[in-house]
Design a protein around this ligand. Structure first.
Ligand SMILES: [Zn+2]
Length: 298
């Protein structure tokens, strides 16, 4: 068969996404007319919604907007990523489970149940859940923002973000950098970002590799072509044996939200290492919540 399972899943999720766009369109309240000088990012920011949400609602695949174009501004309470002072709200969609929602927001199911005063695991489509502002209120990202403000990100260059585990519970950017140089990588640390687990760097600490500050190709994939276009984020840990920590997941979602929504401002492919063609690996391990992250980032 020509259609691989991966392609089939991709098609199925595209269909799910377009029906999602319909649902959002129906809820949209405000119509905004694009003015000279507007960018999608600025419009999103001004209305307190994410760029991704705005794109979804208006079925845009890129950032191209024209003066006079009418954009539907999604209802903020329905916007899954709308920032609110006391925590976010999430609109339950078809196929969601409490576990998946909790994981994709870097919180526990217990936190989620407590915040919504529910004891059962049953949720229904259209229900609004309060996402508690827990440890994720901790800003894991401020130093990354500061460092990135000093460089010019090659936005057109990056087409996908690939997640890895290091397959070992020890290590940090400095140690992996040395190991990768020893293996003959002159640019050192193969990944652009590393997320610590509390052993050799902080739990949820995001370390920035020189390949990000210098906007260099990654060394995290077997395929040279993919390395040219893929940002690599690696969790310290072996997720064949353990799960990523809550703080690691919170840091990861902050990093991903920011990369997709603010830095790249375009649809980027999200993938676990093993999902890429020809890579032959089990990375990022069976305990990494890939499905939940796809639900959030596809
Ligand atoms: Zn990997």
């Amino acid at each position: 068969m020509n259609v691989t399972r991966r392609e089939f899943t991709k098609q199925a999720s595209l269909i799910a996404l377009s029906s999602l766009a319909c649902a959002h369109l129906a809820k949209a309240k405000t119509i905004y007319t694009v003015r000279k000088g507007d960018t999608l990012g600025h419009i999103a920011q001004r209305h307190g919604v994410s760029t991704a949400e705005l794109r979804r609602t208006n079925r845009l695949s890129g950032d191209m907007i024209g003066v006079g174009q009418k954009l539907s501004i999604p209802n903020q309470s329905a916007a899954t990523t709308a920032a609110a002072g006391t925590g976010n709200r999430y609109l339950v969609q078809s196929g969601d489970t409490l576990g998946a929602i909790a994981l994709s927001h870097g919180i526990s199911v217990g936190d989620l149940k407590r915040a919504n005063n529910v004891s059962s695991d049953v949720i229904r489509i259209g229900q609004t859940l309060r996402i508690p502002a827990i440890s994720s209120t901790k800003d894991f990202l401020s130093h990354v923002r500061v460092a990135t403000a000093k460089i010019t990100v090659r936005r057109n260059h990056w087409q996908r973000i690939v997640v890895h585990h290091s397959a070992i519970k020890y290590g940090n950017a400095k140690k992996y950098d040395a190991a990768h140089r020893q293996r003959g990588m002159q640019n050192g640390l193969a990944y652009h970002f590393l997320i610590g687990n509390g052993i050799d760097s902080g739990d949820g600490e995001i370390e920035i590799g020189p390949r990000w500050t210098n906007q260099l190709l990654g060394g995290h994939l077997k395929s040279y072509e993919l390395n040219l276009t893929a940002i690599g984020i690696c969790f310290v840990g072996n997720f064949e044996q353990t799960q990523p920590s809550k703080k690691q997941l919170a840091a990861f979602t902050q990093l991903m939200d920011w990369l997709q929504g603010d830095v790249l401002q375009k649809n980027t492919q999200f993938a676990g290492h093993k999902e890429l063609k020809g890579e032959q690996t089990i990375c990022p391990g069976k305990h990494f919540p890939l499905a939940a992250m796809h639900a959030r980032y596809d």
